[in-house]
Design a protein around this ligand. Structure first.
Ligand code: PLZ
Length: 445
């Protein structure tokens, strides 16, 4: 069995037991005994190694990874530069707390973020541990910078599981149910969802702006927080023109435009950031996931004068910008730059779109293929209607899992497949994975 991860893992799908195998089932019993039931598992194979486009489990099965641990291992699992830099940092020192005694890695990551994020204005960053924490801090910063309280989010949004971000997240089950009361001053506007509303970007923006003006009041709004392509909510891609119109309205009304690129950022969509597609320049941008190749790191990056509105000591946390996570991020960014991973994401996107378009032609249960780059999805409905088909989605997913292909679902109605392969996956493995997906649709018809 492969003991070491990264590119040395044989790039193959190989099943030697049923999925999950006996070793995983045994461990699942242990998980059941010791891990809280609230912590769910999509596919209970226990992993011992991963790299390229493959996960290896305790039973010696090799599975093709179309999920990247939810868009995290964009540069691949145990990517060489991530491992080298993080290992060197681990041996040097593991922690000082940046607020107590600083170190270069944190500042280096902030400098890289200033260089790579949209806009050529002066930018600064603050680093955190998780996406939710970054979103919370973006709101804190926006409130201080504007002197306003209200926060606008959208239908189908996902921003995290902490108290404020639960309020910002749209879907009740499983994220919010029973966990209230939630933070106040969070308002929800209708999202542009072309499959379901048939509106142009301009029309959908006018609808959202009308809700914000009439129900909140522009003068009360500190910020609008939006995922440029929604993640958990169903990979909803707003109609062209929607994001620029919202951003223009924000600018005209002194409302900060916050792009939550925690899932879509860092080359995933074929550009450094998803808003780059429409040349939107956010005031603040939140990043996490793909930034550090699997280590926990998140950031808020924004206009220097906005970021600096917060009083000294107002931002921080014990572990935010941990030195090992920063070293990993510098390694991951180097992989993205030297390997032109944005270009690779576009190629992967073209391959996936071709396979998914063909699948849609063969299976009318697929209402739409959407997404960009290595962030593609299909939405399943009863043919000829917009009635979500979550049951079929679950059956197709179960089939893929049983055949050693890790697929993830999402969407407000649980009827969307999202495909998020690591950008280190080969075309051969991708083609094989989509052969299995195609088989899954036929087998469950
Ligand atoms: N904003 C756009 O996608 C995390 C959540 C998985 P954290 N998405 C995966 C789950 O079920 O918990 C996410 C996101 C967007 C914020 C977050 C939150 O990031 O690092 O999970 O806190």
């Amino acid at each position: 069995m492969t003991e070491i991860g990264g590119p040395t893992v044989p790039q193959q799908r190989k099943l030697v037991t049923a999925i999950p195998g006996p070793g995983s089932l045994e461990r699942l019993d242990r998980k059941k005994a010791y891990v809280a039931d609230g912590v769910g598992t999509t596919l209970p194979v226990f992993v011992v190694a991963a790299g390229g486009g493959v996960l290896v489990d305790v039973d010696g099965n090799s599975l093709i990874d179309l999920g990247s641990g939810i868009a995290v291992t964009t540069v691949g699992n145990a990517a060489p530069r991530v491992v080298a830099r993080a290992t060197e940092q681990l041996a040097a020192f593991t922690h000082t707390c940046f607020m107590v005694t600083p170190y270069d890695g944190y500042v280096d990551v902030a400098a890289k973020l200033a260089e790579l994020t949209p806009g050529d204005h002066a930018k600064k960053s603050a680093l955190f541990n998780s996406g939710a924490e970054a979103v919370e801090n973006a709101v804190k910063i926006a409130r201080v910078a504007t002197g306003r309280d209200a926060v606008a989010v959208f239908d189908h949004a996902y921003h995290g599981r902490t108290n404020l971000t639960m309020a910002m997240t749209a879907k009740n089950m499983p994220y919010k149910n029973g966990f209230g009361p939630f933070a106040g001053e969070v308002y929800r506007a209708p999202m542009s969802y072309p499959l379901r509303d048939g509106l142009s970007g301009a029309e959908a923006a006018a609808r959202a702006i009308d809700v914000l003006e009439k129900q909140v009041g522009a003068a009360n709004l500190a910020c609008v927080v939006i995922e440029p392509i929604q993640g958990e909510g169903g990979f909803v891609v707003p109609a062209p023109g929607f994001l620029p119109a919202i951003a223009d309205w924000c600018r005209a009304n002194g409302v900060l435009f916050v792009s939550d690129e925690i899932q879509a950022g860092f080359c995933r969509t074929g550009a450094w950031f998803a808003v780059d597609e429409e040349s939107v320049v956010p005031d603040l941008i939140t990043t996490a996931k793909g930034i550090a190749g699997g280590l926990p790191l998140a950031a808020v990056t924004g206009r220097a004068e906005v970021m600096d509105a917060v009083h000294a000591g107002g931002l921080g946390g014990t572990y935010g910008g941990n030195p090992v996570a920063c070293a990993a991020a510098l390694g991951a960014i180097e992989e993205m730059e030297t390997g032109d991973l944005a270009g690779r994401a576009r190629d992967i996107g073209a391959l996936m779109r071709a396979r998914l378009d063909a699948l849609k032609d063969a299976h009318p249960v697929i209402a739409e293929v959407r997404g960009r780059g290595a962030m593609m999805a299909i939405e399943l409905t009863t043919p000829g209607t917009l009635e979500p088909d979550a049951a079929r989605t679950a059956r197709v997913a179960a089939y893929c899992h049983s055949q050693g292909v890790v697929v993830l679902t999402c969407g407000t109605w649980g009827n969307v497949f999202r495909f998020l392969p690591p950008l280190s996956i080969s075309d051969e493995l991708l083609e094989e994975a989509f052969d299995v997906v195609a088989e899954a649709f036929s087998a469950t018809a």
